[in-house]
Design a protein around this ligand. Structure first.
Ligand code: ADP
Ligand code: MG
Length: 608
């Protein structure tokens, strides 16, 4: 071993660069963040050879004073914080004061800048060596231009890890996309090898912002996206999230920003995933662009050198808030809510007492759209008292209160969102007519969802309605199944089923949820036992209960292939209109779709 000696500035900067400058895109990130911190509203990027030959970032921000140029390239020199209090209250993207020092140690860097009160611009140039940088006057408009040439020319080990020109440029492209998604007011021009590849124009109005989201995330995302803006206490969550019918096989359309800083955070992704849990099929990923605003003291951004992660002081509250906002926005996906045409803004529950008293807001009451144009309806389908009785008795019947609404609101003459049933196709689909055109409903999927939400609602109100079976049902099962059921008696009780073991191979079912009174109970119990065995690793009671609700509602739902009467179909349509998440079945598949007259006309080339 050698004796201890102090490292040269160059070498210690190169070591520091190892942490933050992984590839050309990391240089771009640091430079663009500096431009944003300097208040630039126009940023132009010139990239050559995937960034390994040249990265030039030009901005129209505040500029750097000539006397500070040398300092700007020094490690631990920053204009963004002064003391510990500042560190705990960060409002800028940068604050560590090491990016320029790191970058200049692994490339040939030229920085030109002019502030508003200087007559001329000044330029400082370094060569990635120990030699002193040189400073010269230069013609430059207000703002800053930084040129980084020959990245990693003096650190060959690093250079070896660079991928192809295209791959490196793709990383830069993706990075600019992520930044452009949050800095709507900034005009970005991205050139590769002298060609303009992207131009994101500054977006000021809602429409322009939406256009930017569309150009970055695609038209399909925008079409399916819900806009949300929720504020509670010191927290605000806004942005766009796709309804579950637009999901991805990868988590590649998930953008989350905390106070404008893009982050990848496990806590946050978990919160969002949890909110989509009920409506998204297991291996699918939700898509979203969300912005969390939180007071800077509540979040520590100094936990990762490249600042990809943050730590929330009150992580549980943030988790709960994000999860609830997303969940509630999804719960509002009902037939009458049409993506962008309506912005979901629940009542704010602002209180004075800060984070700790966060009160979850309630989603708007679900009974708002039951309006039957009864007169026409009667004429169309000649509803008799008899039919109404049928609806009440059928599996599809809405709850008593909903039914009363049906009766009392029949004076309104608006057509309900899902319209009136016309017919049933192949005993699988309901065809209905609403104001815009044709509505198609997958009756089993829709009914299953309605049942599921009903059970969950009853459960959360602690009012699962059970019915004792007139004749208790004995079922023979394997010993393993019997053991599982026996162990989970309490779970079964919670979902409204009373089951007892009566032997090593037999159980007896005494009570079942009301919704199931006509269901095939034996098959259901077998399925439930299978679920329990399947999910034995997930010990969480709530997961098990959700799973069981899913199974119960599938069994309780009208089977495809069953003929429904028109009143039964209408009852289902009305129930869907008042049910949370009714746009998707429990597995995230859509339960209904529509064809407007314009779409139908197009099919038939009408009006051309
Ligand atoms: P940090 O951003 O953490 O402060 P950097 O090494 O990235 O550290 O930058 C050092 C300093 O140089 C910044 O604090 C800022 O004062 C100045 N600076 C860097 N880039 C720009 C720019 N584009 N416009 C204005 N000032 C800049
Ligand atoms: Mg910086």
């Amino acid at each position: 071993m050698l004796r201890i000696q102090k490292l040269s500035t160059l070498l210690s900067n190169q070591i520091a660069a190892g942490e933050v400058i992984e590839r050309p895109a990391s240089v771009v990130k640091e430079l663009v963040e500096n431009s944003l911190d300097a208040g630039a509203i126009k940023i132009e990027l010139d990239i050559e050879n995937g960034g390994s030959r040249l990265i030039r970032v030009r901005d129209n921000g505040a500029g750097i004073h000539a006397d500070d140029l040398m300092l700007a390239l020094n490690r631990h020199a920053t204009s963004k914080i002064v003391d510990l209090d500042d560190l705990e209250n960060i409002h800028t993207l940068g604050f560590r004061g090491e990016a320029l020092a790191s970058i200049s140690s692994v490339s040939r860097l030229t920085l030109s800048s002019r502030t508003a009160d200087q007559q001329t611009g000044w330029q400082i140039a370094t060569q990635g060596t120990e030699s002193e940088p040189v400073i010269n006057p230069v013609a430059h408009p207000q703002g800053t231009t930084i040129e980084v040439r020959d990245l990693f020319f003096n650190t060959p080990a690093r250079k070896k890890f660079l991928r192809t020109e295209k791959t490196e440029f793709d990383h830069i492209d993706e990075l600019i996309k992520r930044i452009a998604l949050s800095s709507f007011g900034v005009d970005f021009i991205l050139k590769h090898n002298q060609k303009i590849v992207r131009h994101y124009r500054a977006a000021h109005s809602d429409r322009e912002r939406l256009q930017r989201v569309e150009s970055l995330c695609g038209a399909a995302f925008v079409e399916s996206a819900l806009h949300m803006e929720v504020e509670a206490n010191d927290l605000k969550l806004s942005g766009w999230m796709a309804k579950p019918d637009f999901s991805r096989s990868q988590a590649d359309l998930q953008y989350f920003y905390v106070n404008g800083r893009m982050i990848r955070d496990k806590l946050v992704s978990h919160a969002v995933r949890q909110a989509y849990h009920d409506v998204m099929y297991g291996d699918r990923h939700p898509a979203f662009v969300l912005f969390l605003e939180i007071s800077p003291e509540q979040v520590d951004v100094n936990v990762h050198p490249a600042k990809h992660e943050v730590r929330f002081r009150e992580s549980r509250l943030v988790h709960g808030f994000v999860s609830r906002c997303v969940h509630d926005a999804l719960a509002n996906v009902r037939p009458n809510i049409d993506s962008f045409s309506e912005i979901y803004v629940p009542d704010s529950t602002k209180t004075q007492s800060g984070l700790s008293s966060y009160v979850p807001h309630l989603a708007p009451a679900p009974v708002q759209n039951i309006q039957e144009k009864m007169a026409i309806y009667h004429k169309l389908h000649e509803v008799t008292e008899n039919d109404v009785a049928l609806v009440e008795a059928s599996d599809c019947s809405p709850s008593v209160s909903e039914k009363n609404l049906l009766k009392t609101q029949c004076v309104h003459d608006d057509v309900p969102p899902l319209g009136y049933a016309l017919a049933q196709l192949k005993n699988i689909y309901i065809l209905a007519e609403n104001k815009e055109g044709l509505v198609l409903v997958d009756m089993h999927a829709a009914h299953e969802r309605v049942m599921y939400e009903k059970l969950k609602l009853q459960f959360s109100n602690r009012k699962i309605i059970s019915q004792p079976l007139l004749i208790p049902l004995m079922i023979n099962l394997s010993e393993r199944e019997v053991n599982y059921i026996d162990e989970h008696q309490q779970t079964f009780r919670q979902v409204g089923m009373i089951i007892e073991r009566i032997g090593t191979h037999a159980i007896v079912v005494r009570e079942v949820p009301d919704l199931l009174r006509d269901g095939h109970i034996e098959q259901l119990v077998r399925d439930m036992a299978a679920d329990l065995i399947e999910n034995q690793k997930s010990s969480r009671a709530m997961d098990a209960i959700d799973e069981l609700f899913g199974t119960i509602s599938c069994h309780a739902a009208v089977r495809a292939q069953r003929k429904l009467t028109v009143p039964e179909m209408n009852a289902l349509l009305r129930a869907m209109e008042t049910t949370n998440h009714s746009g998707q079945c429990n597995h995230g598949r859509p339960t209904w779709t529509k064809f407007s007259m314009t779409e139908l006309d197009k099919l038939f080339l009408r009006g051309r």
